[in-house]
Design a protein around this ligand. Structure first.
Ligand code: SF4
Length: 322
């Protein structure tokens, strides 16, 4: 059975104890093994930082907090992959399938020839089976999408698009520099070319209400996305949002621990069961995190969500309305 084939009625049985459509399970079924991402820092910037769209960047953004320690920006793509493989093979012995993850900033922001050279260098590595490419929706010109679609006929290509919120007022308030319509447009154009799209969402941005976030589950479910990464808002030191919270905490309400798990479950219950959940939360390194004070390790968050869904007798899509 394909992961996208089941109806909401099949979902509870299909998801098992996890109670949601877990990306890792899908990957193991599809490739017969774990597929690990090797991060690559290719020297991209972002139009929301370099002045083309804006210069301050999104108020929550600090890419340094999420760059693996094994990365050295001065190294070539091949050197970075070699360093990453050495680290990951020690950490996850037995993994033999890897994809290069162009993660930081906007990894389709550049001339097509430059993108080609970088992506081809990664794909030429003998241990790399594909690419995961993170970007903004307004950095996906049609020729770039067409090129990625060509690559996807021979390689795993996962296009990760930062949606962050489905609420235009919220997007404006965090200086995102694009609206939700831009995400819809990019996702629909990519999917029309057969690309697998993962949407990246940040729950809890200032100005978001419980209802607007849950409405986001409905809006995302209507889009041709393959997978979703859910992150809960945490304030990273050095960001404009962290400074805003320090000067006016009431303007940046933060989730309590139980509230966060409850909201993630509410969201997952309203999400179409065909959408694979690649992440159900995030963890900021303690040295980079300013708030909230509570911390649940990522490895604990997923079982906590499954336990809460089990307690409710619900699962991904149990409250989904097509
Ligand atoms: S979050 Fe992404 S789009 Fe926003 S400023 Fe940072 S790199 Fe740019």
């Amino acid at each position: 059975m394909l992961d996208n084939d089941f109806t909401p009625g099949d979902a509870a049985h299909h998801f098992g104890e996890r109670r949601y459509n877990a990306w890792n399970e899908h990957v193991k079924r599809r490739y017969g093994a774990r597929v690990q991402k090797v991060s690559v820092e290719a020297g991209f910037t972002c139009p929301n930082r370099d002045g083309r769209v804006a210069s301050g960047g999104c108020t929550f953004c600090n890419n340094d907090g999420f760059t693996p320690l094994y990365l050295e920006r001065r190294q070539s793509v091949t050197q970075q992959i070699d360093a990453g493989l050495e680290f990951l093979q020690r950490r996850y012995p037995g993994t033999d399938r890897f994809i290069a993850y162009f993660q930081s900033y906007s990894n389709t922001y550049g001339e097509l020839e430059r993108l080609r050279a970088l992506y081809q260098e990664a794909l030429a590595h003998p241990q790399i089976s594909g690419l995961a490419i993170g970007t903004r929706p307004d950095c996906l010109a049609q020729p770039v999408l067409q090129y990625l679609a060509e690559l996807s006929s021979e390689h795993i290509i996962e296009l990760e698009i930062g949606v962050e919120s489905c609420n235009d007022a919220v997007l404006a308030s965090v200086n995102r520099g694009h609206d939700f319509a831009a995400s819809v447009d990019a996702i629909e154009r990519a999917a029309a070319l057969g690309l697998d799209v993962t949407a990246h969402m940040l729950l809890g941005l200032p100005g978001e209400s419980r209802d607007s976030m849950l409405d986001g589950a409905r809006k995302l479910s209507a889009l041709p996305i393959r997978a979703l990464k859910l992150h809960q808002l945490q304030l990273v030191r050095g960001t404009a949002l962290a400074r805003q919270w320090q000067s006016d905490p009431a303007s940046v309400p933060l989730f309590g621990e139980q509230e966060c798990i409850g909201l993630l479950c509410d969201f997952i219950e309203r999400l179409a069961p065909r959408i694979l959940l690649q992440r159900v939360g995030s963890e900021v390194p303690p040295s980079m995190k300013l708030a909230p004070a509570w911390n649940v390790r990522l490895s604990e968050l997923a079982p906590r969500i499954s336990a809460e869904l089990a307690r409710r007798g619900s699962w991904q899509g149990s409250r989904y309305e097509a």
